[in-house]
Design a protein around this ligand. Structure first.
Ligand SMILES: *Cc1c(COP(=O)(O)O)cnc(C)c1O
Length: 357
């Protein structure tokens, strides 16, 4: 390696692996929690009409006011609570981390959870503390969490609700306890809110350290890259200083404003996905040696017979279906994750898995 690279790129960064996204080719794509449904032709036409009006030669509205207004409504952000927009919620995680980063400061999250919490902590030079979930059904280990909070005084606690990649919602009372105990910010990451039965959005304003993060990615607009952080203005106005100007481009702003005006389309799709999740869950659990875990998101985590996850993943791929191989945590041994697709895609996945078994 170029010795200059070694000298100057921090060890914490050199130790990372790049966030790998496989090329799906022609495979049925059930790996990334995308909504499998497009829009009716009439809606596509209307959208294209909107895009015609967009001035690409001009910078976007730096505050994206029209989009924020729509989001306030559609996401039911409580009156008096503010919104900060990010280029995906990934960017918001990064902004929060940058705002509080110092070498001795800690980001804490249960594990396994969304890998970006750990990666972004490294990007900004913070310490990351992962507190393992309980092996049985991925419940929170409250004793370990309380101990870790007392020991490390985390600047930020990230709680994915529902959790990725396990799909479960932890008991509300436990999260309230963590919010009350945490010395710093608690971010409830509700990326899967369209598929979940509970939310903390309505609790904003009840705590001085609670923020709720959402995204339009999983509801069906992953290509736009738009996430939102909701909460009290005194936090968000500080974070807003770090946000690069014009982080939400004109095409995203125009498209999101349009799409959010047609929420009934997305709500119907989410409803469909929730119903199909139930039958996918039932059928997975009907397969020999497979244990599927209950999910409140648009994916299902399942455990395969011991030592067979890699081989089953490869076999599915050869049969034309791409799902997600999980690694990096002992609790995920033998586990794979599948996104709920269209009924036809789910059927092909189940047939392929059945054959592979
Ligand atoms: C997918 C996901 C995100 C990232 O969302 P983007 O808005 O697409 O960046 C954030 N948090 C969790 C838990 C996720 O699963």
């Amino acid at each position: 390696m170029n010795p200059l690279v070694e000298r100057w790129v921090r060890q914490q960064i050199r130790a990372l692996s790049v966030y790998h996204v496989p090329d799906p080719g022609n495979l049925i794509k059930l790996d990334a929690m995308e909504n499998p449904y497009g829009w009716p032709q009439s809606l596509v036409q209307e959208w294209l009409q909107c895009l015609r009006e967009v001035a690409l030669n001009r910078y976007p509205d730096p505050e994206a006011r029209a989009v924020k207004q729509r989001l306030h409504e559609v996401m039911a952000v409580p009156e008096g609570q503010d919104i900060l927009l990010g280029n995906g919620s990934d960017e918001l995680i990064q902004i929060i981390a940058m705002a509080v980063a110092a070498p001795d400061r800690v980001v804490l999250a249960p594990e396994p959870s969304f890998v970006m919490y750990r990666m972004i902590s490294a990007f900004v030079g913070m310490r990351y503390v992962g507190v393992s979930l309980l092996a049985e059904d991925f419940r929170l280990d409250m004793a370990a969490l309380k101990k870790a909070i007392a020991q490390h005084t985390p600047a930020v606690v990230f709680l994915a609700y529902p959790n990725n990649p396990t799909g479960n919602l932890w008991p509300r009372a436990q999260l309230e306890e963590i919010i009350a105990l945490a010395p710093g910010i608690v971010v409830i990451d509700e990326a899967y809110a369209p598929f979940a039965s509970r939310s903390f959005m309505g609790d904003l304003g009840r705590y001085d350290n609670l923020l709720v993060m959402r995204t339009v990615s999983k509801m069906g607009l992953a290509g736009l890259r738009l996430g939102l952080l909701c909460g009290p203005t005194d936090w968000l106005s500080e974070f807003n200083k770090i946000r690069l100007p014009y982080n939400i481009n004109v095409l995203t702003q125009a498209s999101a404003e349009f799409a959010l005006g047609h929420r009934e389309t997305f709500e119907a799709q989410a409803q469909r996905i929730r119903e199909d999740r139930q039958s996918l869950y039932d059928r997975l659990n009907g397969l020999p040696g497979i244990k599927a875990f209950r999910s409140e998101a648009n994916f299902i985590l399942f455990r395969t017979p011991e030592g067979r996850a890699d081989e089953l993943f490869e076999s599915l791929k050869r049969q034309g279906v791409l799902i997600k191989k999980l690694s990096g945590h002992a609790l995920l041994d033998d586990c794979l994750r599948v996104t709920v697709g269209t009924p036809e895609e789910n059927e092909q996945f189940l047939q392929a898995l059945s054959k592979a078994l």
